[in-house]
Design a protein around this ligand. Structure first.
Ligand code: 6PG
Length: 221
């Protein structure tokens, strides 16, 4: 806000951030945010309509966005009611329009102030799943990604965009993630197997917010 009068964030989906979003929506925290200058995007989305139970947009809307005074036109969901590839192209245009207008330094990539990420128990992040094509995407900003493991399409920001962010924060909770988290943080670099490892911000700051259960495998090792 102080640097360029606005704050851009790409939200993560899944279940872990529900508590974070609900807490941020409480008066104590919401009152501290200059919502009219906050611009919300998503790091990934399931290929379902925006009112679907599985929608990351719906989850964030229900837990946070419906409860804070953020202008609707500041909210840029991934339009997954479209076919996956079309949704990716549409979102890429959304990013290009928004960041093309605001990044005076004409950075070739959108530079989010914050990208919030989770990590699956298989080491995936956003919708970059092990062995999936989007992991190796060198230039596109948004990719439609078929995930064999779940037999479904996803739309995801790609590693170049995720790594262009000024701040990337992982939020990881629970014993079920502990072993994988240990491998991601201390094991050999193998992003095709552990996609969370591909997150290495080019200039930005990477922070892992983890609970005791999620780091148990490291403290006991
Ligand atoms: C999604 C998320 C995904 C999520 C992990 C962890 O669309 O599901 O973006 O990357 O962060 O799967 O999910 P949980 O928080 O539910 O464990």
């Amino acid at each position: 806000m102080s640097e360029h009068g606005q704050f851009t964030v790409a939200l993560s989906g899944g279940s872990t951030p529900r508590t974070l979003y609900s807490l941020l929506a409480t008066r104590q925290f919401a009152a501290q945010v200059d919502w009219p200058h906050v611009y919300v995007f998503w790091g990934d989305e399931r290929c379902v309509p925006p009112d679907h139970l599985e929608s990351n947009y719906r989850m964030a809307r229900e837990t946070l966005l419906d409860h804070v005074p953020i202008p609707p036109f500041n909210i840029h969901r991934i339009p997954c009611e479209q076919e996956p590839e079309q949704a990716a192209l549409t979102y890429e245009r959304t990013l290009s329009t928004f960041f093309g207008n605001v990044q005076k330094e004409k950075s070739p990539l959108p530079c989010f102030d914050l990208v919030l990420l989770g990590m699956g128990d298989d080491g995936h992040t956003a919708s970059l799943f092990p062995g999936s094509a989007a992991l190796d995407e060198p230039t596109r900003w948004v990719a439609a990604n078929y995930v064999d493991k779940i037999g479904a399409w996803r739309v995801t920001l790609t590693p170049p965009v995720l790594n262009a962010a000024a701040h990337v924060t992982f939020l990881v909770s629970g014993a079920g993630k502990a072993e994988r988290l240990r491998e991601v943080l201390t094991g050999p670099y193998q992003p095709d197997v552990l996609p969370a490892q591909i997150i290495r911000p080019t200039r930005g700051r990477l922070v892992w917010l983890v609970d005791a259960a999620a780091v148990a495998a490291q403290t006991s090792a």
